[in-house]
Write a protein that binds this ligand. Structure first.
Ligand SMILES: N[C@@H](CCC[C@H](N)C(=O)O)C(=O)O
Length: 268
């Protein structure tokens, strides 16, 4: 029996099961991660977060999407882990080294430097990442940014008029994105951004922290806004600051829902 404690948390409705496995051996593989994330038969979440001990940072964070795929970065989970572990926490991820600080009601995190080279997104072949010469139906001229994980961003007049549930899964797996992609639909109003996200390996979520970071960076690079910006997602607002050449700072709320215990051998 591998009985372990877990925490249920969310950042703006993007919800997580957080397992602190720093003190015991726990094997997580895609089928097990998907079984834990399953909302009908499992515990249910958008992402499963597994904390491991690290020799480079205070903690190592493993991130699994609801479909069981392991990914490099998750902004809302980074805030939740920073809040859970206290004051200032260095967090090792596959997408890079992150730094989080708990604040009243949430956390502020340094999400590292964004990347724009086509190989770093990654794209299948060389292309202008600030104006991709490609489109899907009425969505065209996107920006691509890697903030630890890959994002494509479309700026549109009306985010609610885009059939994201239909186009998201098509764009996510387009061969131009060899590691798939998170799909962001954004509208600029003044110095604010309104955003809906189709998350790779999950679907439409109430909020995506890395999506908010990538979209803010894309809008700043295009000269559409000046940082810092408020990014309005269906689940609430994130504040993102970035200057060219620097790290992205993200500030926003976190919510602790409940804690529980589970026998991980019962999953997958
Ligand atoms: N919810 C996340 C992003 C999680 C990973 C993403 N679905 C991917 O596959 O890259 C966030 O808050 O950033």
């Amino acid at each position: 029996m591998t009985l372990g404690q877990f925490h249920k948390m969310h950042g703006l409705g993007n919800d997580f099961v957080v397992i602190d496995a720093r003190e015991y051996a726990l094997e997580i593989y895609p089928v097990r991660a998907a079984a834990i994330a399953n909302r009908k038969n499992g515990i249910g979440c958008d992402q499963l977060i597994v904390l491991r001990s690290s020799d480079k940072a205070d903690v190592k964070m493993q991130i699994f999407n609801a479909d069981g795929s392991e990914v490099e970065s998750c902004g809302n989970a980074t805030r939740c882990v920073a809040k859970l572990l206290g004051d200032t926490t260095s967090i090792e991820t596959e997408g890079g080294m992150l730094l989080g600080r708990a604040i009243d009601g949430g956390a502020i995190v340094d999400m590292g430097k964004p990347r724009f080279e086509w190989e770093a997104i990654p794209l299948a072949y060389a292309m202008d990442s600030l104006h991709m010469p490609i489109g899907w139906e009425d969505l065209h001229d996107p920006v691509v940014v890697n903030v630890g994980n890959p994002h494509v961003i479309f700026f549109v007049d009306d985010i609610n008029n885009v059939p994201l549930e239909r186009l998201g899964p098509i764009i996510e797996v387009d061969p131009v994105f060899p590691e798939k992609v998170n799909v962001n639909i954004a509208h600029i109003s003044g110095n604010s951004i309104y955003l809906r996200v189709w998350e790779r390996g999950v679907g439409v979520t109430l909020a995506c922290g890395t999506g908010a970071c990538a979209t803010a960076v894309a809008a700043i690079r295009r000269g559409l806004v000046k940082g810092p910006v408020d990014v309005h997602l269906p689940g609430g607002i994130l504040n993102i600051a970035w200057e060219d050449g620097g790290s992205i700072s993200m500030q926003g709320p976190t919510t602790y829902v409940f804690s529980g215990e589970a026998d991980w051998n019962n999953f997958g």
